[in-house]
Design a protein around this ligand. Structure first.
Ligand code: ATP
Ligand code: MG
Length: 369
């Protein structure tokens, strides 16, 4: 009897323990082969991410922050606190962290199918593993993850860095939205938080790029760009020539107005997609990326629309005035969009050098698997 009680007590105690823990630097050095270059998965704004394996065989991704800037130090605390408390099937949860001496590291589960970016434009793009059914599930799943941040977590969270490299894919290609380092908790009652502009341009809402006014609708805008990218396989900003660039919305909107959705489908799909779903994804994407924030849907509405649960709402979406004008206007003339495009050049060039690193890290990682 006593033994049984002890077991029950242990089990209960086990349940109460947080599902994350503190790692020692020694353990993470051992797991990543001393942060070996071959283990490097890539590099982002706050440091490098390394593949690793723990003593029990489980695979991890370790984000090693550049701690010499105060900013990174603060982001570390923010990310750890937020990630530790937020749990959802489509949000990448934190496995632990390490803070020893100058080192600040965050430990996540390793996502074997890497990021959406790697499948759309990076090291996995030639393999064409993104079938339409995977894409629609990724679209709905990542929308659900962000909707959870906006509407169900307490307090509400703005992601601020929704983009293809921050949508990771697990072994079943289920979307796991990552990187809450950019997120800030919204105090109750506040509609937006004014702050320094963060995030990656190309995905940035014009009002955020210009005024640094962050709100949930900025995430909705970025999500719209991500959806267009997912359906079409195109990058958020396309270089047409040395001097000419085109945003993905400027390219897609005229086709949507003419109801030529098939022109927008990723050629890698070889026509193998569900027409109705493609149309829904494109229409929702373009409404999300509306230049006027008040016209964008909420993430809860996005989830509902993507799932196609309400025929009425889909019909209303199709008849939105955004899709009625065959010659969309305000985009090019809008100074905010122009400014966002200009800054985004710098960012995308910086990104492509990181992409190079990632490509090189690829084979090294593959050998471990
Ligand atoms: N848990 C993980 N499993 C697999 N790959 C990961 C994991 N976490 C990050 N990565 C990949 O490692 C690379 C670097 O990630 P990191 O978050 O540092 O940069 P980023 O996503 O490009 O930019 P940002 O700093 O804005 O998030 C990215 O390609 C990312 O997709
Ligand atoms: Mg990231």
């Amino acid at each position: 009897m006593l033994v049984l009680m002890k077991i029950v007590y242990r089990k209960e105690r086990g349940k109460k323990q947080p599902s994350w823990r503190v790692f020692s630097l020694k353990e993470l050095h051992a797991a990543t082969n001393n942060f070996n270059y071959d283990n490097k998965l890539g590099e982002g704004g706050f440091g490098s991410v390394y593949w690793g394996q723990l003593w029990d065989g489980s695979q991890i991704a370790v984000k090693r922050l550049k701690v010499w800037s105060n900013k990174a130090d603060m982001e570390f605390a923010v990310e750890v606190e937020i990630l530790a408390r937020v749990r959802h099937k489509n949000l990448l949860s934190l496995r632990g962290y390490c803070a020893e001496g100058q080192e600040r590291l965050i430990v996540y589960d390793y996502m074997p199918n890497l990021s959406l970016l790697s499948h759309l434009h990076g090291q996995h793009s030639a393999e064409c593993q993104l079938s339409w059914s995977r894409r629609i599930n990724i679209a709905i799943g990542s929308a659900e993850g962000i909707a959870y941040l906006h509407h169900h977590s307490t307090p509400h969270i703005i992601h601020r860095d929704v983009k293809a490299s921050n949508v990771l894919l697990d072994s079943n290609f289920v979307a796991q939205v990552a990187d809450f380092g950019f997120a800030k908790l919204i105090p109750d009652g506040a509609t937006h938080v004014t702050t320094r502009v963060k995030g990656t341009l190309g995905y940035l809402a014009p009002e955020y790029a210009m005024l640094g006014k962050a709100s949930e609708s900025c995430d909705v805008y970025s999500f719209g760009i991500l959806l267009l990218e997912l359906a079409s396989g195109k990058k958020p900003i396309e270089k047409l020539s040395a001097t000419q660039k085109r945003t993905i919305t400027d390219w897609a909107l005229p086709f949507a107005c003419e109801r030529k959705f098939d022109e927008l489908a990723d050629p890698k799909l070889n026509g193998d997609y569900v027409e109705d779903e493609l149309k829904r994804v494109i229409l929702v994407a373009l409404l999300c990326a509306h230049t006027r924030p008040e016209r964008r849907p909420t993430m809860l509405e996005v989830v509902e629309l993507l799932k196609g649960e309400s025929k009425e709402k889909i019909a209303k979406l199709e008849n939105d005035e955004l899709f009625m004008n065959p010659q969309p206007v305000d985009k090019k003339e809008d100074p905010t969009t122009a400014a966002a495009e200009e800054i985004s050049d710098v960012i995308s060039e910086e990104k492509s050098s990181k992409e190079g690193l990632k490509e090189e890290a690829g084979p090294g990682i593959a050998e471990h698997m």
